[in-house]
Design a protein around this ligand. Sequence first.
Ligand code: NI
Length: 265
Amino acid sequence: MTIASLLAALWADYTAITPQASRIHALLSARGERLDNDHVALRTYDAPGLGVEALARPFEALGWRAEGEYRFDDKHLRARYWRHPDAALPKIFISELERAALPPQAQALIDGLVAQVPSGFAARPDLPWAGRPWRLPHTTYRALLEHSEYAAWVAAFGLRVNHFTVDVGALRTFDSLEALCAFLVDAGFALNESGGRIKGTPADRLEQASTLAEPVPVRFDDGEHPVPSCYYEFARRYPLPSGELFHGFIPASANRIFESTDVAR
Ligand code: NI
């Protein structure tokens, strides 16, 4: 697999269940923008063969290198990101749910999904976007939702891209993240307003915003039900005192961005 084919596979996986991303990409392209990606994010469980390090393998094989690690204790998540020596390539942000932090009944539901993973699945070269290797009753999805939005999302979609992120600093027709957000709202897209529309400040060296994931039909054992799929994120990075752009993440901001796939209740 080449870097180009890997990134094309990730984008195809993402847009297949995220029609709003294709629409936004087309809208910005029509303004003459060429979109660069700041990062691509993936979600998983901390199960053997399916965890963060397993999903990172195809990226490491193509030159991405592990960098900072983060914890989101209130959501029971651990995350790490990878950077490529070619600065034009997106960072890869992979998070996993720490099953042991959930109540026993939720752990048992997830363990029941993981037990269905076929042998050899974890060795697939396309593991990060290999999809859902388990059957899922809608009752299990709804029960997980009571304990963890993240657990329920991974149960419904399996291993897939969670979001792509536009590098706002590389845009030529928007001078701020605020201007881009206003454009998107005018165009009819709903943004994540949790903790404010823009997460982070220039002093944090990173400003982020995102759309809200739209529900798509997902196949369950008892038929199709709508589930919020993926969102599109927008990130503007600022230079450190050294002059180099900040490449890390701000946990308080990321914590809010995770909520872009929450089920409206
Ligand atoms: Ni992100």
